[in-house]
Design a binder for this molecule. Structure first.
Ligand SMILES: CC(C)(COP(=O)(O)OP(=O)(O)OC[C@H]1O[C@@H](n2cnc3c(N)ncnc32)[C@H](O)[C@@H]1OP(=O)(O)O)[C@@H](O)C(=O)NCCC(=O)NCCS
Length: 555
């Protein structure tokens, strides 16, 4: 049984009921699960910058040191030495497979690569210009129609769902591309590796023999491994939250794809290429960097910065080496590489980026490599989704297998109108009530920024009607002419006032904590040692039981 040790950082020899340290790294966590019950307070943490949502033994990131491990193995080492499917097994099952285990896993994945013809038929209904990510959301979600009778609490059902998703998502990805260019969709081949199959389904046509370029296959293998998991990012958290309601896993993965699509997450690789094309050449870099620093509307250095890494993303380091090598081996001279290298050099020497600890992330160089392989920009995020599917299913499986199924349900800080009566209310534009939907449509959204801002967007109603006493100190932003800043100021002032307001009602008596719960947090419900929870031995073989008895659970 893995355990989390609790200790007070002030006096490490004594245990404290609140501090939790993880197995690796210097991060300290505060156990606030009983905060409200004990104190009457909730915590406010938009973007979950300070909140751990689960226990996980899959990926470890040390942001300040720039370390990323999958099940304890350094990702750069895996890129050098492992096959993508071996790493998929590692993430899903928890350990390096033996040769026999790997061969069996490979066979299982190959068997699941066939996609139900009903799902294939869906592709004919998408318009030719549909973004492949839009198609992916639809077709992965549609798998839940085929595999609807699935019990997430059944280990065998989970294994089938995970392996099917790992197998089918690459096929669906390539079919999404083929649909977008109007070419026939290619079926996977049993004699090819995972990475080779991807290239074959992307670029082969029924007209002539297609030979997979080994340089390209190696590059795709590396790309897949680099993107397979990255602990609790937006899309993985989406999958976990969706799964916490015991929803169908295919639908949960479709939710993950949707979350990944945006430019602040998986869409960044596509956005990097657009940005580099707009910059055009190395001499335009300084002007661009100045625009970024001035926070000019819509200008950001895409592929830079990360919520967790405050150092060079180790995956970006690998990608940087890989892109140079692949371009050299393929004999390609991409002018965007020079722009990217110059931009990185200028940014890494600029105080703005140094101060904020902004370094290239994995998306910075990956697009240039994919371009060199002939992969269109619109497919970049799809490739990310295809690789990340391995992490999503592993995280979903871990969550369910280890009983971390408390439904995800954050709180909110309500800043809307006070209670009022519909009959007496005026519409937002002063018109009489009763204009219903028409009136609603006239209310304009207040902000359309595509990236998060540090300040919360607090409606003016809150500012005007707040009952929280205002701070006696003059606000440092009193003269701010920006409405956002003024609102944010009002909000933070009220927070400060709330903090200095009379103490909240005395806490309700705190239930005695059992030391077992505080001192040891089991990673699983099972009494089995952690290493066996997901171990190959306990993962049922597809052939162990008559899978066909389960109706539509089976492909
Ligand atoms: C990844 C990302 C969304 C993380 O966001 P975050 O953790 O919320 O970081 P913040 O937005 O709080 O950034 C902190 C500061 O750095 C700045 N910053 C962060 N990333 C930046 C970037 N790429 N370009 C310019 N400034 C950036 C912010 O403006 C903020 O500055 P401030 O203190 O003056 O307000 C953000 O770095 C980003 O948008 N990067 C570009 C998109 C990208 O590459 N995404 C892929 C991630 S793998």
């Amino acid at each position: 049984m893995a355990e989390l040790l609790l200790s007070d950082p002030e006096s490490p020899s004594e245990t404290s009921p609140l501090w939790i340290t993880a197995v690796l790294g210097d991060d300290l966590f505060l156990d606030i699960r009983d905060l409200h019950r004990a104190t009457g307070y909730f915590s406010y943490d938009p973007g979950f910058t300070c909140t751990g949502s689960c226990l996980s033994g899959i990926t470890f990131i040390d942001g300040p040191k720039g370390v990323c491990l999958y099940r304890g193995f350094a990702v750069p080492e895996l890129v050098e030495s492992a096959e993508a499917l071996e790493v998929a097994y590692l993430l899903l099952v928890g350990d390096k497979p033996s040769t026999q285990q790997y061969m069996q896993f490979r066979r299982e994945i190959q068997q699941h690569m066939l996609v139900h013809e009903k799902v294939k038929a869906m592709f004919s209904n998408f318009t030719i210009n549909a973004h492949p990510m839009a198609i992916m959301v639809a077709v992965i979600g549609a798998l839940s129609c085929i595999f609807s009778e699935l019990d997430p609490l059944n280990e065998m059902h989970r294994w089938l769902a995970c392996t099917r998703l790992i197998a089918k998502v690459p096929v669906l990805s390539c079919w999404a591309y083929k649909t977008s260019i109007g070419q026939p969709m290619m079926y996977p081949r049993a004699d090819l590796s995972f990475a080779e199959n991807f290239l074959y389904m992307m670029f082969a046509t029924p007209m002539e023999e297609y030979k997979v370029n080994p340089v390209a296959a190696r590059a795709i293998n590396a790309f897949m491994i680099l993107h397979m998991d990255h602990e609790q990012n937006a899309s993985t958290s989406t999958v976990r939250i969706a799964g916490s309601s015991q929803a169908n896993p295919y639908a949960c993965i479709a939710a993950g794809v949707a979350s990944l699509w945006g430019p602040a997450h998986g869409g960044a690789n596509e956005a990097v290429i657009k940005m580099l094309e707009e910059i055009g050449s190395a001499e335009n870099v300084p002007t661009f960097v100045n625009d970024v620093k001035a926070k000019k509307e819509g200008v950001r250095l895409m592929g830079f910065g990360h919520r967790v890494y405050k150092n060079y993303d180790p995956r970006a380091k690998v990608m940087k080496g890989l892109v140079t090598q692949v371009l050299k081996e393929l004999g390609i001279d991409d002018p965007l590489l020079k722009v990217a290298q110059e931009l990185e050099k200028v940014a890494l020497n600029d105080e703005y980026f140094v101060q904020r600890k902004l370094y290239p992330n994995v998306d910075y160089y990956s697009g240039i490599m994919l371009r060199a392989l002939g992969i269109p920009t619109s497919m970049f995020t799809v490739m990310f989704a295809m690789s990340r599917t391995v992490g999503w299913v592993s995280q979903w499986n871990e969550m369910v297998a280890e009983g971390q199924m408390r439904i995800g349900r954050p709180r909110q800080l309500y800043v809307g109108p006070k209670q009022r009566t519909w009959r007496d209310a005026k519409g937002a534009n002063g018109e009489a009530a009763g204009d219903g939907y028409q009136g609603l449509m006239k209310v304009q959204p207040r902000r359309s920024s595509s990236f998060s801002k540090r300040v919360p967007d607090v409606p003016s109603a809150y500012k005007a009607e707040s009952t929280v006493p205002s701070s006696p100190e003059p606000s440092p932003h009193a003269e701010a002419d920006s409405e956002d800043e003024a609102l944010a100021d009002a909000f933070w002032t009220s927070c400060k006032a709330a903090a200095s307001a009379p103490a909240p009602p005395p806490p309700r008596p705190r239930p005695p904590r059992t030391s077992a719960r505080l001192r040891k947090v089991p990673l699983g419900l099972s009494a089995a040692p952690r290493s066996t929870i997901d171990s190959p031995a306990s993962v049922p073989s597809l052939r162990d039981e008559s899978a066909d008895d389960r109706g539509s659970v089976v492909a």
